[in-house]
Design a protein around this ligand. Structure first.
Ligand SMILES: *Cc1c(COP(=O)(O)O)cnc(C)c1O
Length: 396
């Protein structure tokens, strides 16, 4: 009998009851705007920032309207100007080059390795082309962060980290988002905490924190923040920093706080599912799983494997056959952008030279989300289906 998977790849878990209760409190008092507080009240957004700063060990934290907004704000705060080149990953998602384009700067793409991380050798040759690297920890794969930071520090390149897929991850025990000058996280439904939309930004640099806060639309109410620098820092920058409104609101903050407290448990659940799928895929002829470095603590909220040097037709056949059995795979090698997958050469607003080494890898990357609504049995079944269909096409 042919096994079929009938679950949904886009179904999230419900918002925890504790978060629903916290949301109802905000709805009942009606003070949704972050600066709308009664005397003595600490707003949900300010508390969220204080707690996320503590959780990541950062001095400062700012909550904003989306992950993409956090990244664009980071670029503005570090002083990227229109026309400036900004280094970034070839293998990433559209909001990453999009954040660079949003400040009228110019992405300079850096290649991808078979580990699905940024190619540090390629980066080395391009470090003299830009002052800033927007480093995307795409699909939660961390590169050798020690080597990357050494290289960027030596070249005077400021690193901004896109941690949309690494909230809760770490390199050598160091929390992801804390090696670069600024770390940016997304709280969007498909990431590691769910407020529909939302973003967080962390930094230890007081001036960057003050600028980001002003940029996010703090008017002159920055003293209502609990994880921002003192007023003297704002005095230095407030006349020169525009308001580009993109604040977080108290309703979203209220539902995020309990979720962040629960993050470690959720990560364990993601990783159980990830390892179950990985176990089922290992040693499938023609398929390579991506081995994770021992010093990387990751969050298995998605899984990737490589069908390296397969023709486009055969990869497509695998995708179709798996889809027919209920398993939704995404392919980063497709010529046309499709759903959330797109390639550097489909972002035609940004010039790019051909990157044959990266093209070979992108052409083989198959990607799958791992929602927590999957049971471990679901994961084992999904792996059996992928294994069977990859084997069938490989042997044909
Ligand atoms: C989702 C995502 C973002 C942006 O987050 P939004 O909150 O959707 O703006 C940035 N980078 C990557 C890699 C993402 O997947």
């Amino acid at each position: 009998m042919t096994e079929i998977f009938t679950g949904s790849f886009t179904q999230q878990e419900p918002i925890p009851e504790e978060a629903v209760e916290a949301a109802l409190v905000v709805l009942r008092h009606g003070r949704l705007h972050r600066y709308n507080v009664v005397p003595g009240e600490l707003g949900e957004t300010a508390l969220l920032e204080q707690e996320f700063a503590a959780q990541t060990g950062a001095k400062y934290c700012l909550a904003v309207s989306s992950g993409g907004y956090a990244m664009a704000t980071a670029l503005r705060a570090v002083g990227v100007n229109p026309g400036d080149p900004v280094l970034t990953n070839t293998f990433t998602l559209a909001p990453v080059p999009g954040s660079i384009a949003s400040v009228s700067a110019r992405p300079v793409f850096v290649g991808v390795t078979e580990d699905l991380t940024i190619d540090l050798d390629d980066l080395e040759t391009k470090l003299d082309q830009a002052r800033v690297l927007m480093l995307s920890h795409m699909r939660g794969h961390l590169c050798d962060m020690d080597r990357l930071m050494q290289m960027c520090d030596a070249a005077g390149v400021t690193v901004i980290e896109d941690c949309a897929h690494t909230m809760g991850a770490a390199w050598h025990g160091q929390v992801s988002g804390r090696q670069g000058a600024i770390g940016c996280y997304s709280c969007q439904t498909y990431k590691h905490v769910n407020s529909g939309e939302g973003g967080l930004l962390v930094t230890d640099d007081e001036e960057l924190a003050a600028k980001a806060t002003m940029l996010s639309g703090s008017y002159m109410l920055y003293e209502r923040h609990l994880a921002a620098p003192g007023p003297e820092v704002f005095e230095r920058i407030k006349y020169h920093t525009p308001n580009v409104s993109g604040r977080m609101d108290n309703l979203r903050a209220a539902i995020l706080r309990p979720q962040l407290r629960d993050l470690d448990r959720q990560i364990e659940r993601w990783n159980e599912r990830y390892f179950e799928i990985e176990k089922g895929l290992r040693d499938t002829p023609g398929l390579s799983v991506v081995d994770r470095p021992e010093v990387e603590t990751f969050v298995g909220s998605s899984i990737q494997f490589l069908l390296l040097d397969w023709s486009a037709e055969r990869v497509n056949e695998v995708i179709q056959r798996c889809a027919a059995r209920g398993v939704e795979l995404k392919w980063f090698g497709g010529a046309e952008p499709n759903g959330f997958t797109s390639r550097y050469d489909s972002w035609r607003y940004a010039d790019s030279a051909p990157m044959p080494k990266s093209d070979r890898i992108l052409a083989g990357i198959v990607d799958m989300r791992v929602p927590l609504t999957f049971s471990l049995e679901d994961c084992a079944l999904i792996a059996r289906i992928i294994r069977a269909e990859v084997s069938a096409v490989y042997q044909s």
